[in-house]
Ligand binder design. Structure first.
Ligand SMILES: Nc1ncnc2c1ncn2[C@@H]1O[C@H](COP(=O)(O)OP(=O)(O)OP(=O)(O)O)[C@@H](O)[C@H]1O
Ligand SMILES: [Mg+2]
Length: 224
């Protein structure tokens, strides 16, 4: 479904990603593991169109490299950046609805999707009317997940969602991901992490990123 072929990415003039080849199929759960600075965020941002890229990137049959960033979520891609980016004067629900407005979904479709988000993440329904600036960091991660689910009908990409979560909230977040998995077996999930143990047993496949290069499988220090 998502296919990157020989992708290089630059930020300004600085080359960050090199020779990325990867395929992610519908319904897969993929852990993207790499140390700080390895290029995890840059890879997700490149898929969303925020870097200068050479090579080819296609999604569900559409060549994406020529598609401006604003058009990419409309393909069915949801993205939760590592720094959440909630709009604090707006309510939790307004934050979740924002991508639907940007993508110009009609009222019926928007309602259908937000109901699905609330089914998967019931605590968001309870927080719906609160200003996003008043929720805790951990709750904010849930809001960012809910927002990503609004447009992520085919692919949801979460950048270090467990980073900074207290243990109880991390467990709750992992449960929410399982609920998403159970509710929808066709959506693909890409989750980045610097600590591989957090996603062990949950991800079906692990991709390792080191110094801007992606490989299938095993971390250097885990090889025996
Ligand atoms: N705006 C920028 N300008 C220049 N270099 C950048 C920029 N953003 C990231 N880099 C560099 O790109 C490389 C990859 O960074 P990236 O943020 O993608 O890594 P990461 O794996 O997400 O790290 P972390 O675990 O800290 O989030 C790093 O060497 C970083 O210094
Ligand atoms: Mg990062």
């Amino acid at each position: 479904m998502l296919e990157l072929k020989n992708v290089d990415a630059r930020i300004g003039i600085i080359p960050i990603l090199r020779g990325i080849n990867l395929t992610i199929e519908a319904g897969e759960t993929v852990a993207l593991i790499g140390r700080n600075g390895a290029g995890k965020t840059t890879l997700l941002r490149s898929i969303m169109g925020f870097t200068t890229v050479t090579g080819s990137m296609s999604f569900a049959g559409t060549e994406m490299t020529s598609l401006i960033p604003a058009r990419r979520p409309g393909l069915g891609i949801g993205y939760a950046p590592e720094d959440r980016r909630l709009f604090s004067p707006f309510t939790v629900e307004e934050n979740i609805l924002l991508p639907a407005q940007v993508a110009r979904l009609d009222a019926a479709e928007t309602k259908r999707r937000i109901d699905r988000v609330y089914d998967i993440l019931p605590e968001l329904r309870e927080m719906a009317g609160r200003p996003a600036g008043n929720v805790s960091g951990g709750q904010g991660k849930m809001v960012a997940l809910g927002r990503a689910l609004m447009l992520g009908t085919k692919l949801v990409m979460l950048d270090e969602p467990f980073q900074g979560l207290a243990p109880a909230l991390a467990l709750r977040y992992a449960d929410a991901l399982k609920a998403l998995r159970d509710a929808d077996r066709t959506v693909a999930l890409v989750i980045t992490e610097s600590n591989p143990s957090l996603l062990r047993g949950f991800a079906g496949r692990t991709l390792v990123i080191e110094r801007g290069e992606v490989s299938e499988g095993v971390l250097e220090h885990e090889r025996t």
